[in-house]
Ligand binder design. Structure first.
Ligand SMILES: *[C@@H]1O[C@H](CO)[C@@H](O)[C@H](O)[C@H]1NC(C)=O
Ligand SMILES: *[C@@H]1O[C@H](CO)[C@@H](O)[C@H](O)[C@H]1NC(C)=O
Ligand SMILES: *[C@@H]1O[C@H](CO)[C@@H](O)[C@H](O)[C@H]1NC(C)=O
Ligand SMILES: *[C@@H]1O[C@H](CO)[C@@H](O)[C@H](O)[C@H]1NC(C)=O
Ligand SMILES: *[C@@H]1O[C@H](CO)[C@@H](O)[C@H](O)[C@H]1NC(C)=O
Length: 492
């Protein structure tokens, strides 16, 4: 939970702080520019005496607050001077304040926006009476009062830049009207119960920087949309089907791409070589087929490639990873891969996590794997690998139970690379003759449950709890936090 909140905060804060810097002119609903001076101000920072909130907007804020169970706000004589987080206002040249941002929901322990009464809250139509609104944020607001996303939000098109409706329990389709929010930069509908397909009208939002529709029940294809400024595209955990559209290659600013846990089919499009800034690609748990696109090689910024659970075999080209010099995390488990482990993998100096388990890889582990000094997790279990494990004693010791080697046809340890083979489910390489040549080794097979191990249990292994899944999840959260963190510091 904590980890999750961290991620969310990292995602959200940059947009708020960026908004704080970028305000100068806001178009009013009549199309006449009204110059607002200063940056937006919360009730806390409001200083100027004599300024008053626009009365029509004040009434609208009362309505919106009442609709979320925050009736206390209606006692506040001037909402822009009301001392609560979650409202931001800006003065115009006549010292009249306009509401530019409204936020609801307990985002984290130290970001206390007004909470909603989840049993009876709704989004008041009066939101359309806030003609300067740039940010609208509802988090966990309507969970026990399931409702659609109101179509009237489309009327905020002239000004709205950030729309976040996260974990709100929204049902029904994404309204076509959201395509009228042509100034939107952030659209986040994560973790609701939205169904139907992704509306094509979203293609009108040409300046979109972040689109997160993850964790819903969306069906139909991934539409052929082009968002040239998009940094984050997250459609994970839906019921989307059909192929990955070829237009993906035109998302030239993409940093994070997550299509995981859908029903997507066909290959990853070949034309991904324009994605020069892409740091995370997660296509795991779909039904994607091979071959591996050659153009993946050109993704020099890529730090994490996660394709787990797609039957993309049979082979990985030997030079597949050449050029992906930034790669830190590679997850290719259960992909029906055959043949050898590509040599080019061991030329990636930053590799930390490599999962190739649950395939049919054969041959030996490339000797050059011993040069992967940053490796902290290596899963090769459940394959057909054989020969000696070419890792130094230090690497084996450091990885401990994050080194998965069991259930291979003939992997073994050199005597000098381990203190105890107990935890790995493989044995020591058997020396044949006095001067062993690496070509002719056989393997002693040990059983994990063999009595032998009961007597040789080393103290470091007492806490083995086979929590591979937990490790993976922790990695996962750590990774998304990392990628989002990096994203937070990219000047937008
Ligand atoms: C908004 O979008 C809908 C459907 O996409 C359209 O019918 C409507 O005319 C648009 N304009 C406004 C102001 O809502
Ligand atoms: C969406 O879900 C609602 C029930 O919440 C259902 O009535 C409706 O038919 C569904 N629509 C689609 C397109 O699946
Ligand atoms: C390990 O990673 C660090 C930081 O990414 C990098 O500077 C270093 O060169 C890597 N180590 C090796 C042995 O390549
Ligand atoms: C690996 O398996 C392939 C068939 O998938 C076979 O042709 C090849 O000879 C095997 N290589 C080794 C080293 O066992
Ligand atoms: C061992 O690995 C193979 C190949 O991935 C797999 O098919 C098999 O089920 C595994 N055996 C056990 C006991 O897990």
């Amino acid at each position: 939970m904590k980890n999750y909140r961290l991620t969310l905060t990292l995602l959200t804060l940059p947009f708020f702080s960026r908004l704080a810097l970028s305000f100068t002119v806001i178009m009013s609903d009549s199309g006449v520019p009204s110059t607002l001076v200063d940056g937006p101000q919360t009730g806390f920072s409001m200083k100027q005496d004599g300024a008053r909130t626009d009365t029509r907007q004040q009434e609208a804020v009362y309505d919106i607050m009442r609709a979320t169970g925050n009736d206390w706000a209606t006692d506040i004589p001037d909402v822009c001077r009301g001392r609560w987080h979650g409202i931001e206002c800006m003065p115009d040249e006549n010292n009249v304040y306009h509401v530019v941002s409204l936020s609801f929901g307990a985002l984290s322990d130290d970001t206390a926006f007004p909470t909603c009464d989840p049993t009876r809250s709704y989004i008041s139509h009066s939101i359309t009476k806030l003609p300067h609104l740039k940010t609208l944020f509802f988090y966990r607001c309507f969970s026990y009062n399931p409702q659609r996303i109101p179509a009237f939000l489309g009327q905020l098109g002239p000004t709205l830049q950030t729309l976040v409706l996260r974990e709100n329990g929204h049902v029904g389709p994404i309204p076509n009207e959201l395509g009228n929010l042509t100034r939107l930069e952030v659209l986040d509908l994560h973790n609701n119960n939205l169904n139907g397909s992704i509306p094509l009208s979203l293609n009108r939002i040409t300046g979109l920087k972040s689109l997160d529709l993850s964790g819903n029940k969306l069906t139909g294809p991934v539409p052929n949309l082009v968002f040239p400024s998009l940094n984050v595209l997250d459609l994970s955990q839906n019921l989307l089907s059909g192929p990955i559209p070829p237009t993906l290659g035109a998302y030239l600013s993409l940093i994070k791409l997550d299509f995981s846990r859908n029903h997507l089919t066909g290959p990853i499009p070949e034309k991904t070589n324009g994605l020069k800034d892409l740091m995370l690609m997660d296509m795991s748990y779909n039904h994607l087929s091979g071959p591996f696109p050659k153009s993946l090689k050109t993704l020099t910024s890529l730090q994490a490639l996660i394709l787990k659970g797609n039957p993309m075999g049979p082979t990985i080209p030997n030079d597949q990873f050449q050029g992906m010099t930034g790669l830190m995390i590679l997850i290719l488990s259960n992909m029906n891969l055959h043949g050898p482990i590509p040599e080019s993998l061991s030329k990636l100096p930053n590799l930390r996590v490599v999962h190739l388990d649950g395939n049919s890889l054969n041959g030996s582990i490339p000797k050059s794997f011993k040069n992967l000094k940053n490796l902290s997790e290596l899963r090769l279990n459940d394959n057909g690998l054989s020969g000696p494990v070419p890792l130094s004693r230090e690497m084996v010791w450091r990885m401990k139970r994050k080194l998965g080697l069991y259930n291979n046809s003939g992997l073994c340890f050199d005597e000098n690379s381990v203190d105890s083979t107990f935890s790995f489910g493989i044995g020591l390489c058997e020396e044949e003759g006095s001067s062993s040549s690496s070509g002719s080794r056989t393997v002693q097979h040990f059983s994990m449950n063999g009595e032998k191990y009961v007597t040789t249990t080393s103290s470091t292994m007492n806490n083995v709890s086979s929590d591979g899944v937990l490790v993976a999840v922790t990695r996962w959260l750590g990774l998304s936090a990392f990628v989002l963190f990096a994203f937070a510091f990219i000047p937008l």
